[in-house]
Design a protein around this ligand. Structure first.
Ligand code: SAM
Length: 288
C-alpha cells in the first residue's frame, strides 16, 4: 500500500530504476500479504482492474490480452499438433483461458505457487479466470520447480512460463537448471515459451537466457511487443523448441479471421505472429 500516494499507484522498483508507471487508484479492491508475496488489486478508470504482485504490475484488464494471447497462441500455433499444455504460474487465469480454446489441446495443467492469486482473480477478474472451470483445465498448487522435477519425461507438447519477474518465488524459474528440467518434460517436438524481460532494461538477463537456451535447444528465438502498462511499455518472450524443424516466425497452423472471432481471440493473428519477431531492434539482435 506504500506504493499508493495521494490516490496514485507508482510502480517504483529496483528492477527498472529511475522511472515508474503511475496509475490513478479509483478503488482498492484487495490488499494483503500471502505466504509468498504482497498482492494488490485496484481499479483504474483507464485500464480497469489492475493486479500487482510485490509492487510489480502483472496485468490490467485493458491490455492483458496482448500478453496472454501471445504467450499462449504463438507457441501453440507453432506446434504441429499440441495436445498437452503446461502453464507455469499464470494464477490470474488469462493464459489458461487462452490455452483451452484450441480444439487439438486435450489438457492444460496450470502449476501456480500462490493459491491466493487464483482466489482473488476468481473474485475480481472474472474475464480472466473463466478458464478455471473449463473441463480441459487442471490446477496444481505448488512450486513449479518441484512439480517439474516430479513430472515424467516427455509429458507436454507446449510449456508456457507465465511467471512473475525473476525475484522472489519466481527467481529459480529463470535459471539454466530449471530449463534443463523443462527440456526433459517436453515431448520431442515440444515448445517452451517464457516471458523473458524487456529489451529496454533487461538485456543482461535476456542475453543470459538466450545463451543457456541455445546450449540446451536447437531452435531458439525472441519476440517482443507492446504492453502499455509493463515497464517501458514492452515485454519479450523467449521461445525454445526441442526439434530443429520449427521456424517460430512462420506459424505451422493457421486460424482464419472467422475462426479467431469464434474463439474470441482478439489480438493474435497469423500476421501478428510474424510481426512480433520483426520488431526486435537490430542492435539488440546483435547483442543476443
Ligand atoms: N503476466 C504476468 C507478468 O509477466 O507480469 C505474470 C502473471 S502471473 C500472475 C505470475 C504468477 O507466477 C504469480 O501468480 C506467481 O504467484 C506465480 N509464480 C511465481 N513463482 C512461481 C513458482 N515458483 N511456481 C509456480 N508459480 C509461481
Amino acid at each position: 500500500m506504500e506504493l499508493i500516494v495521494d490516490g496514485w499507484f507508482h510502480e517504483k522498483n529496483s528492477m527498472w530504476p529511475h522511472q515508474a508507471t503511475s496509475l490513478e487508484v479509483s478503488e482498492v479492491l484487495a490488499s494483503e500479504k500471502s505466504k509468498y508475496q504482497d498482492i494488490l488489486l485496484f481499479k483504474n478508470q483507464a485500464f480497469g482492474t489492475v493486479l500487482v504482485l510485490d509492487g510489480a504490475i502483472q496485468l490490467t484488464e485493458k491490455d492483458e490480452r496482448v500478453y496472454n494471447e501471445n504467450i499462449v497462441h504463438i507457441p501453440i500455433m507453432s506446434h504441429p499438433n499440441p495436445k498437452r499444455v503446461l502453464i507455469i504460474g499464470g494464477g490470474d487465469g488469462g493464459a489458461l483461458r487462452e490455452a483451452v480454446k484450441h480444439p487439438s489441446v486435450e489438457e492444460v495443467v496450470m502449476c501456480e505457487i500462490d493459491e491466493r492469486v487464483i482466489e482473488l482473480s476468481k473474485k475480481y477478474l472474472p474475464g480472466l479466470s473463466a478458464g478455471f472451470s473449463h473441463p480441459k483445465a487442471k490446477v496444481v498448487i505448488g512450486d513449479a520447480v518441484q512439480y517439474i522435477k516430479e513430472c515424467a519425461d516427455c509429458s507436454f507438447d507446449v510449456i508456457v512460463s507465465d511467471t512473475s519477474d525473476p525475484v522472489g518465488p519466481a527467481e529459480a524459474l529463470f535459471e539454466k537448471d530449471h530449463y534443463t528440467l523443462l527440456k526433459r518434460v517436453l515431448r520431442p517436438d515440444g515448445i517452451l515459451c517464457s516471458q523473458a524481460g524487456c529489451i529496454w532494461f533487461d538485456l543482461e538477463i535476456i542475453q543470459k537466457m538466450m545463451k543457456f537456451s541455445r546450449e540446451l535447444f536447437p531452435t531458439v528465438d525472441y519476440a517482443t511487443f507492446n504492453v502499455p502498462t509493463y515497464p517501458y511499455g514492452a515485454l519479450g518472450f523467449l521461445l525454445c523448441c526441442k526439434s530443429n524443424e520449427i521456424n517460430f516466425k512462420e506459424p505451422l497452423r493457421t486460424l482464419s479471421h472467422k475462426d479467431l472471432d469464434e474463439l474470441d481471440i482478439s489480438v493474435y493473428s497469423q500476421e501478428y505472429h510474424r510481426g512480433v519477431f520483426l520488431t526486435v531492434p537490430r542492435y539488440i539482435k546483435n547483442a543476443m
